[in-house]
Design a protein around this ligand. Structure first.
Ligand SMILES: Nc1c(NC[C@H](O)[C@H](O)[C@H](O)CO)[nH]c(=O)[nH]c1=O
Ligand SMILES: CC(=O)[C@@H](O)COP(=O)(O)O
Length: 188
């Protein structure tokens, strides 16, 4: 479904888990800052309206979208966060540089999700025109920053639940042979 068929700011609040205890990092590119500031506003709004305390949100700036990769990596390595939102706006210029920046940033943020334990949310606009970016950072198609905040909350919760269940299962298995009425499971 294309963005034009879905308002980026709309979501079902009934699907949002309790986020009061989660902490979020936001890394913001300074390139096209009129757009990225709008995206950051939408992201912070999305976190605050879902009960995330403002003191649980830490923001860093980086020069451009390419630097979001390093900024997000250092954020998750050095700060106590449950998810990171990487915010950028890449707009097609005269050359192929757009293609290389977009590919590098998307692959780099994907790599962070594969190689680290902290979810990093891809909130990077890759648009043909400034108008498309305006429309997606609080304009007629909503705000991708709010969409990213919702994704960050859901992924922080998923990570927390996965860790809890893993620990619980480990505890269960490490308490000796599993006793089921009438049966004793023999550990391998
Ligand atoms: N043209 C855009 C850039 N280019 C800059 C790169 O992101 C990077 O900062 C530079 O190549 C130095 O490493 N960045 C954006 O975020 N948006 C653009 O439209
Ligand atoms: C995405 C970019 O780096 C691009 O906006 C730079 O513009 P140009 O391709 O005209 O150098």
């Amino acid at each position: 479904m294309a963005t034009i068929n879905k308002n980026l700011s709309e979501y079902d609040k009934n699907t949002i888990p309790d986020a009061k205890n989660f902490r979020f990092g936001i890394v913001v590119s300074e390139w096209n800052d009129t757009i990225t500031e709008g995206l950051c506003f939408g992201a912070v709004k999305g976190l605050l309206e879902n009960e995330v305390p403002s003191e649980h949100i830490i923001r860093w700036n980086v020069p451009g979208s390419f630097e979001l990769i390093y900024g997000a990596k250092k954020m998750l390595q050095t700060q106590n966060v449950d998810a990171v939102i990487a915010i950028g706006c890449v707009i097609q210029g005269e050359t192929k540089h757009f293609d290389f920046v977009c590919e590098a940033v998307s692959q780099g943020i994907k790599d962070l999700n594969v190689e680290t334990d902290i979810p990093v949310i891809f909130c990077v606009l890759t648009d043909n025109t400034m108008q498309q970016s305006i429309d997606r950072s609080g304009g007629k198609h909503g705000n991708k920053g709010t969409e990213a905040a919702v994704a960050a909350i859901k992924m922080a919760y998923l990570r927390h639940q996965a860790s809890f269940n893993h620990h619980k299962n480990h505890q269960l298995l490490s308490t000796g042979p599993l006793q089921i009425e009438g049966l004793t499971m023999i550990e391998e």
